[in-house]
Design a binder for this molecule. Structure first.
Ligand code: FES
Length: 129
């Protein structure tokens, strides 16, 4: 049986097959949406925040495998982080955590970075900040 013949490495495949924190969140403190202008794929990120820390994260992504894996990895990376720490997570950091993405798929992780920023700014707006 040939393994690893697809474009994605094992870490990406694992997140793709078993996405972490996928689904909708009831009464989130912030919701961020991002769309990839290249392909039209979209991601929605929900965050729950307590005393400046992200205590829960969920995502809904309608997109390619790399976008779903990036979303899944992102939720694991920002859970437990402060808002400031979460804002430091860039698409490159996400792609690196996934062990790299095929070059044609690098732009897909940008979706996750944009969704983090959108969710945080929604959270700050709701707080009236
Ligand atoms: S091809 Fe659209 S996000 Fe990857």
């Amino acid at each position: 049986m040939a393994e690893g013949t697809g474009p994605y490495n094992q870490v990406v495949m694992d997140h793709l097959k078993h996405p972490r924190n996928m689904g909708e969140m009831e009464s989130p403190d912030g919701v961020g949406e991002a769309q990839n202008p290249v392909c039209g794929d979209t991601m929605r990120l929900f965050i729950k925040v307590e005393t400046g820390r992200i205590i829960d994260v969920k995502f809904l992504t309608f997109g390619c495998g790399a976008a779903i894996a990036s979303s899944s990895m992102t939720t694991e990376m920002i859970k437990g982080k402060t808002i400031d720490q979460a804002l430091l997570i860039s698409d490159a950091v996400i792609a690196e955590a996934l062990g790299g993405l095929p070059s044609s798929k690098v732009h897909c992780s940008v979706l996750a970075e944009k969704a983090i920023r959108a969710a945080v700014s929604d959270y700050q707006k709701r707080r009236g900040g």
